[in-house]
Structure formats: C-alpha cells, structure tokens
Design a protein around this ligand. Structure first.
Ligand code: SAJ
Length: 446
C-alpha cells in the first residue's frame, strides 16, 4: 500500500476512532439543528445523558426562551429542562458557525408539503448548506426529518461531499426517522425505539453508538434509504387504514349499518386485526403529509402509489361527508343550513391536544360558512382559530350548545361534559362516537 494511502487510511481510521471514543466517554459536543417538538426533546435527552448540547435555531425568540430555561414544548417539563440549561449542559444559539465546534449534529427541521402536494425540502436544503459550510473532519451528521427515500444520499450527501471531505472516512452521515408523538403519555423520545441507517457501515455503527448513549433501544438498518422508507411505511400504513375505515363508514351509512358497532365487534378478534376509527378527516403534521412524500418519489421512479392516492381522496372527502350529515339533519328538522347556527365541538386535529394543523374542523367550518351557516366553536385546548382572513374566538361551550340549531362533535376531547351536551343540544352530529353511551333521537352518528 502506498505511503499516501497508508497515511489516508490511518487518518480515516483515526477520525472514526476518535469520534467513537468521544461518543463513548460522552465528551462529544452534540448539536441539534431545529428546536421544535422533535429537536428540543432530543437535545434534552442527550444533555440528561451527560453530553454538552448546543441547540441551533433560526428563530431568535426560540433561542432566547430556550436559554432562559423555559420550555415551549409541552412534553418537556421545566423542572427537567431548566436545571440542564442552568448547569450549562444545554444552550442554544442562532449562530450556525457553532457547527465548527461540534462532533455530532441532528437535523430536525420541518418537511411540509407545498399546496401542490409536492415535498417542500427548503428547510432540509438550508440546514444541509449550513452544515456543509462548517463541515470539518470527524463530524457525524444525522437527518431526522421525515422525507422521501433518497433524500440523504441524493440531496444532503453531495452538499457535504463538495467540501472535499469523504463520507464514512472524514465525516459520517446517517438518516434516523423521528418518531415523536406529542402528548403521548407512554412513549416519549427516550423510550421510542430509534431506527438509524448510514451511508456506509461505519456511519451506521457510529450513528447507532451515538443514539445508544441516550435512548433505550436503537435499531440499526443497512442504509439511509431503508431508514427513510421505514418511517414512510409506518405513517402510510396508518393513513391507508384510516382511509379504509372511512370508506367502511360511507358504505355502512348507505346500508344503514352502525359502523362503530361493526368495528368494536371486529376488534374482538385477538389476532390479524387492528381497529381504526372513522372520523371527520385526517389532520396533523404527519399522517396527511408523509405518505405524499412517498407517492411523489414513486412517480419519479415511474410507479403509481395508488393506495396512497385513493386513501388521500377518501380521507379528503370526509369533511364534505360530515357537512352532508349536518345538511340532512337540519333538513329533517325543517331548517336550512343558511342562517342556522352550527356549533363545532373540538377543532384540534385529534383528542386532548391543542394542535389545529391540517385539522378537518377547519375544512368543515369553511364549507358550512360557504353554505351560509353561522358557525361558532368551542375547544378546551384551542382559544382561537384562523379561517382564511377571519379569526374565530372560542365560545363558552354550554350556552353555545344550547342556542345552536346543530352541534357537530369534530374532536372527541376527554373531560368534556357530553351529558350536558346531549341534554341541552337540539341536534348533535357526532363524528367521533364521543356519545357512544347515549341513546337519543337528536344524535346523528357518522
Ligand atoms: N385518525 C382517524 N382514525 C383513526 C386514527 C386517527 O380518523 O383511527 C385521525 C386523527 O383524528 C387525526 C389523524 O388521523 O386527525 C392523525 O392521527 P394520528 O393518531 O395518526 O396522530 P398523529 O398525526 O399525531 O400521528 C402521530 C404519528 N407519530 C409519528 O409520526 C412519530 C403516528 O406515527 C403515530 O402512530 C400517532 O401519532 C399515534 O399513534 O398517536
């Protein structure tokens, strides 16, 4: 072997060896780029594990609040967060040159969809550009944002390679899907198994060693593409099964069968079945979005992901189906939608959270207002919502339920006084089977 090659091999081996040692003895300086509902809990877990952690975010307000030791993410409690900041284990900055002094960096930035349902990779691109600018030998880079298979090797890697440094030798690159489920009482960042796949086997090994320092279970896979596809399979599985059960709801409605009773009875099967439930549509920042990253990429690969498109169509039609239910229910009470007061119970995209992103409640309100209804809402977690250029303030629940011509339960938050809703409401469209235990001719179910 030439002396130059020997020298390079030694240097490369030492880059991996040095990083391995720093990770194992927790002297590695850890960075997290993007301090949202994924990045903040991740930064906290590595600080709790004993690492010095630097959070990086473009929003100075977030950085300032972070450095005051007050958490803005519900799942991160101040009594855990604040001591870590005070001890200096955890700090934040908006200065990307901090990357120069880091040994590892996790990219936890958003990957939304454009209006055209194409992936919006702008946040991943700017994060990758920033890392490329400050890339140095020995850095371990991990992308966590949910994205299409090929992002890490086709989009991120070339930007880092442009530095002249070599992946798997001078620096290391992995994909590790975030699996954060905000508000989940049982599964949080530390105890959710962590899949990780690298561009090379050394990358995978270093990525797995890194996550093992702070997380309970690590699942190494053979490549970044496998790791990217794992997350998309998980969430596409959910989206398609929700689409299936929404179609079942449409079929049962037409055949006058109680779909909720059908699902509950099917769920008694102790194997080979997993219940999903019909609803007013698909909300949130994961399930309605992630599968379209896959269908977009499969089109590029020349194959149609028809299940995803079909499920997307059915789930997208549910708000209209709910409004049809309201229309027929008011009609049966000889009331036109136009001029009727319709009160929406629950606007968050799922129960017991305050997040209204992609919430079907917004679509339902837009449709009802378009038909001339006077729409109000109440939600124990949501104080106001924006509908186009309007801001709607939450109303006090029971007076609104009492005065409304029709109440629509869109989000089945726990802790709501549904008994009083049934007693005081004139007409109730229940899209979540929240009134499961109640029998009344004024209740209309999906
Ligand atoms: N939904 C239904 N019927 C169902 C289940 C959900 O209509 O049977 C609706 C919900 O109301 C909501 C949307 O689908 O509008 C998405 O609900 P979700 O329970 O999937 O909640 P998300 O969007 O918060 O999904 C997250 C995901 N977590 C990650 O991506 C890391 C998902 O993988 C989790 O399985 C899910 O939380 C969870 O189980 O809570």
């Amino acid at each position: 072997m030439s002396s130059e090659l020997l020298e390079r091999n030694t240097a490369q081996a030492s880059a991996a060896a040095k990083l391995r040692e720093k990770i194992a003895n927790k002297s590695a300086r850890v960075g997290v780029l993007g301090l949202g509902y994924v990045g903040l809990p991740l930064a906290v877990e590595f600080a709790r594990a004993g690492f010095e952690v630097v959070g990086i975010d473009v929003q100075q307000a977030k950085v300032d609040q972070f450095n005051r030791g007050t958490s803005y993410i519900k799942d991160v409690k101040d009594d855990v967060f604040s001591p870590l900041v005070k001890s200096g284990k955890l700090r934040a900055t908006s200065d990307f040159s901090a990357i120069r002094d880091l040994d590892t960096i996790d990219i936890c930035v958003p990957t939304p969809l454009r209006k055209t349902k194409d992936p919006d990779m702008s946040f991943v691109v700017s994060a990758s550009d920033a890392i490329a600018e400050h890339l140095h030998p020995g850095l371990l880079v991990m992308l966590e944002s949910t994205t299409y298979p090929g992002t890490t090797d086709e989009l991120v890697l070339p930007k880092l390679n442009a530095s002249g440094l070599r992946v798997g030798e001078d620096f290391f690159l992995c994909f590790s899907p975030e699996r954060v489920d905000p508000g989940n009482p049982k599964f949080q960042t530390a105890n959710i198994p962590k899949v990780v796949g690298g561009i090379t086997s050394t990358c995978t090994e270093l990525g797995a060693l890194f996550y093992k320092q702070a997380l309970e279970t690590v699942v190494p896979v053979s490549s970044t593409r496998v790791a990217e596809m794992v997350k998309l399979l998980e969430n596409t599985f959910r989206m398609i099964n929700i689409g299936l059960v929404n179609e079942m709801a449409l079929l049962c409605d037409r055949m006058n069968i109680d779909v909720w009773e059908v699902i509950d009875a099917a769920a008694t099967k102790p194997f080979g079945f997993m219940p999903f439930y019909p609803g007013p549509g698909l909300g949130g920042h994961c399930i309605p979005i992630d599968p379209f990253y896959l269908s977009w990429k499969s089109k590029e690969a020349g194959i149609e992901a028809r299940f995803i498109e079909l499920a997307g169509y059915i789930n997208g039609r549910m708000p209209e189906f709910v409004v049809e239910k309201v229309l027929y229910a008011l009609n049966d009470a000889t009331k036109p939608v136009r001029g009727s007061h319709v009160h929406i119970l629950g606007t968050a995209y799922k129960k017991d959270i305050d997040d209204v992103r992609e919430s079907p409640a917004l679509d339902i309100i837009i449709l009802l207002r378009h038909m001339g209804a006077n729409v109000t809402f109440s939600d124990p977690y949501v104080k106001k919502i924006r509908i186009n250029d309007d801001v709607l303030e939450a109303q006090e629940m029971l007076p609104a339920v009492e005065s409304a011509d029709c109440v629509v339960i869109v989000t089945d938050h726990r802790g709501v006084d549904y008994k009083s809703v049934v007693e005081r409401g004139k007409l109730i469209v229940d899209t979540r089977n929240a009134l499961k235990g109640f029998r009344s001719s004024k209740i209309v179910r999906l």
